[in-house]
Design a protein around this ligand. Structure first.
Ligand code: FES
Ligand code: FES
Length: 151
């Protein structure tokens, strides 16, 4: 066990934990931030995506010791009212079905737009490629990312 300092959604935390614990479980089980979902646990589905700085990362395979004092943003930290431009675009396109993958999808989209504010269709498809949606909402996701980029 070790004391790890975390900065999540602009708040500082100290957790006493095995340093190899994946960030996903620290968020969900220790900080009660359950918007970030578990899907595969192997960096294959994107359900657990959060931002580390401006980078979309898979929190299920990221040891908490690697993120000490770095800025983590989860779906809960995007906006106080759920009105981040990407979230608004998601609503406009009525993207979600069951919703399970959607926090990860949105965080990947935000990561893309921070690096590339006006992506083309191919760039959007490439950036979102690793986020799996068992409900098949891919076309609406891509349209919503385009809308957010143009908002
Ligand atoms: S749960 Fe992390 S990529 Fe699937
Ligand atoms: S909306 Fe159901 S898994 Fe994507």
């Amino acid at each position: 066990m070790a004391k790890i300092n975390l900065n999540v959604n602009g708040k500082k935390y100290e957790v006493d934990i095995d340093p190899d614990t994946p960030v996903l479980w620290v968020l969900r089980d220790h900080l009660d931030l359950v918007g970030t979902k578990f899907g595969c646990g192997m960096a294959q589905c994107g359900a657990c995506t959060v931002l580390l700085g401006d980078d979309a990362v898979r929190s299920c395979v990221l040891p908490v010791s690697n993120v000490q004092d770095k800025q983590i943003t989860t779906i809960e930290g995007l906006s106080a009212e759920g009105d981040h431009p990407v979230q608004k675009a998601w609503l406009e396109h009525d993207v979600a079905q069951c919703g399970y993958c959607q926090a990860g999808q949105i965080m990947s989209a935000v990561g893309l737009l921070r690096k590339s504010p006006k992506p083309g269709e191919e760039e959007i498809a490439a950036a979102m490629h690793g986020n799996i949606c068992r409900c098949g909402t891919y076309l609406r996701i891509r349209a919503a990312v385009m809308t957010a980029a143009n908002s």
